[in-house]
Write a protein that binds this ligand. Structure first.
Ligand code: FES
Length: 122
């Protein structure tokens, strides 16, 4: 069974959107809430975090999973548009042993909105 962590920054704001004067949850929190409402593959854990140091690219997430997997950071994600793609991307990632999903099998947002990838630690 895969042991994968989907880390979601809950403090991200949309690019240029500070939403001053509202009680609305930040976009990062809305993204987390949207993902909490979705079925994720077995072995995938959703982890909220305050800041992934990708603030100018919010909303941002990270995908990781043990010392044998590549880690990815993605940004410019919209909680109203990209949840299906994130779930599809996480599902494909969890189905691999090393985190390397063939390019054509990655959702478009994962192909175009990658911020960084970090090699396995093994
Ligand atoms: S506030 Fe989300 S990455 Fe910094």
């Amino acid at each position: 069974m895969a042991t994968v962590t989907l880390t979601v920054c809950t403090t991200c704001r949309s690019i240029g959107g500070s939403e001053p004067g509202t009680d609305e949850p930040r976009p990062g929190t809305r993204l987390l809430q949207a993902l909490e409402g979705r079925a994720l593959p077995e072995g995938v854990t959703l982890q909220p975090v305050e800041c992934l140091s990708a603030c100018s690219r919010g909303c941002s997430i990270a995908l990781s999973g043990g010392p044998a997997r590549w880690t990815y950071v993605y940004g410019d994600l919209d909680p109203a548009q990209h949840v299906d793609d994130i779930v599809a991307g996480v599902t494909a990632y969890a189905a691999t042993d090393d985190g390397l999903v063939p390019w054509r099998e990655r959702p478009t947002v994962f192909r175009k909105q990658s911020i960084a990838r970090v090699p396995p630690q093994e």
